[in-house]
Design a protein around this ligand. Structure first.
Ligand code: SF4
Length: 317
């Protein structure tokens, strides 16, 4: 049932740690290193015990997003709904996760960052100092507004989506998107925040995403690691092939020194409850539904029962 991660080794973590220490405020660096290593060790302990313990809670803060990227994973009508998660659900899923030993939270959208979201985000992160939060963003808000008071909070980092240089990125994400993403990375670097990028590999950008030229560009931007995943579509014919993706992964594994920024490859496994370090997570949907991995099925709603009950249900299949 469980698989050890086939791609993130302690050496990868050490390289990432060095990048964080060089690029970020020392308090961000220490907290990022501590919580990521904790997550990694917790995953490995679970493999040894044979009992599935999620170590990350991915919280869908909103489905709203004003952009219109090609093949966005969120249907258009959901993206046009800018409502955000009820703060009571946010606090409940965080508190109950902490009680179960989960201290790493990835906040996703839609687009997480907006005027409406910033005060909620700030109070959530400040109130939960014994946790780490990673905010996934397309960079638009940061490019225009910066990160405000979050620059002074250290248990938060950012993951910026980037799908290549301007030509490839704007083809996928719309005109002007690359410039915003690039500016957002400058803001984060200059604020000495620990931050990552997330890139989705497609046929039109594969050459760029794995090139040392692009990787050097990321290093100069202050990026700590580049996470890559293969493109998947509701229409399987449009998927980026897993064979081609595996080939890239092998090349990366054998030539890590070529890439100034470590590349971490995710979404390799189809094993639902894999203890792969990137996969031992639960998802809290905007309305409190709890899911895992890529499965649409929800296992219960945190508004109705304790998270511990729902996790037992997942374990029992
Ligand atoms: S930025 Fe993200 S959520 Fe928004 S349209 Fe693009 S892929 Fe979808």
């Amino acid at each position: 049932m469980f698989k050890r991660s086939n791609h993130t080794s302690l050496r990868d973590f050490a390289r990432m740690g060095l990048m964080v220490a060089n690029n970020a405020d020392i308090r961000d660096a220490v907290l990022t290193a501590f919580f990521f290593v904790d997550h990694h060790l917790r995953s490995n302990r679970s493999i040894e015990s044979g009992v599935w313990h999620p170590s990350v809670n991915v919280i869908e803060m909103t489905y709203g997003c004003p952009r219109n990227c090609r093949e966005c994973y969120i249907p258009l009508e959901k993206r046009r709904d800018s409502s955000i998660m009820d703060p009571a659900i946010i606090e409940k899923t965080i508190t109950e996760s902490k009680n179960l030993g989960i201290s790493l939270f990835v906040l996703v959208g839609g687009e997480v960052l907006s005027e409406q979201m910033m005060p909620i985000l700030e109070s959530t992160v400040r109130f939960n100092k014994n946790c780490m939060f990673v905010v996934c963003t397309n960079g638009d808000y940061i490019a225009k507004q910066g990160i405000g008071a979050l620059a002074k909070v250290h248990n938060i980092s950012f993951s910026v989506s980037i799908d290549g240089f301007k030509e490839e990125h704007d083809f996928i994400r719309g005109h002007g998107s690359f410039d915003n993403t690039s500016k957002a990375m400058d803001v984060l670097r200059d604020s000495r925040k620990a931050f990552f990028v997330s890139s989705t590999v497609r046929n039109n950008n594969e050459a760029t995403l794995f090139s040392s030229e692009f990787n050097r560009f990321l290093k100069n931007k202050g990026v700590v690691y580049q996470g890559v995943q293969r493109f998947r579509s509701p229409n399987p014919e449009w998927d980026y092939s897993s064979e081609k993706f595996s080939d890239h992964v092998s090349i990366i594994k054998n030539n890590k020194g070529l890439y100034p920024v470590p590349i971490i490859h995710v979404h390799m496994s189809d094993d639902l409850l894999s203890q792969d370090t990137q996969f031992s997570y639960i998802i809290t949907g905007r309305d409190g539904d709890i899911r895992i991995g890529k499965v649409e099925k929800d296992y219960g709603n945190i508004k109705d029962e304790p998270l511990s009950n729902i996790i037992k249900r997942v374990r029992n299949g």
